[in-house]
Design a protein around this ligand. Sequence first.
Ligand code: ADP
Ligand code: MG
Length: 292
Amino acid sequence: SIMPATLSAISNGARHGILVKGGVHLENLGSLQAIALDKTGTLTKGKPEVTDVVVREDLLEADFLFTVASVENYSNHPLAASIVRYAKSKIDKQLIKPENMEDISGYGVQGMINGDLWQAGRAEFVGSLESEQFQNGIGPKLAEQGKTVVYVKDEQGIAGIMTLKDVVRDTTIAAIDALRKEGIRTVMLTGDGEKTAKAIAAESHIDMYISGCLPETKVDEIKKLMEQFGTVAMVGDGINDAPALATASIGIAMGEGTDVALETADVVLMKNDLPRIAEAVKLSKKMNRIIK
Ligand code: ADP
Ligand code: MG
């Protein structure tokens, strides 16, 4: 049975934009040691904008954009939507349907355009060495600015890069600082490369970051954090975060996240309001004192 103090805390929480699906989670929040947060859509707004386009000398930028957007048009990754929107604003040709289209979760997309194979995605997907060497290392340099670099490859090699930058939410820094004040270690999990991750972690005041994550490895990282720290929460918004939300001691979903994340989570931040987490921790500590 739920203690009266817990019940009033839950309804109090709901009124304040946080939904806790059961007293046990509210109690656990008070003993939180570490919190892992997904980057895209959680710490950031999840609406990346294209910032740079660099193409190989033998290609025209308009043709490059047309081809990349035609392939990305069939991916449901947030980066893909932004790339397509950007390309459509620059060219007025109808995109075409690639053949043998494949969307490889956590890596990128590929498809045949006019009989040629085109790939777009992270460096490991299109060939790390070639990617790093493209245009005297322009990709890694742009990644240091916190931009996500999408490498594009055709049958001749790296055809170009597109970079996208996502904005850190207005509430992120305050939310992270408040968690630190409660003695909780903050960890960012991201599929982005090391350089991009480092820049965004610094911008967000995050203590630690783990880059190059795949949906499967996010679960492993949560398990490791639980071994190291004890009670660990995970905050995320995407389908690919759901396994990690289920694994963590407390799964926290962004209210505007995907249905799977909302269903899997123990706690929902109704208005994506990250500072509510530290408030709930304080409330829990107070409540646990009353119960004891
Ligand atoms: P995250 O949620 O951190 O963005 P993902 O696992 O979804 O992580 O993707 C990891 C990386 O794979 C992305 O940062 C991006 O570099 C690359 N990637 C995935 N899908 C696509 C796509 N459709 N187009 C371009 N790059 C992609
Ligand atoms: Mg996300």
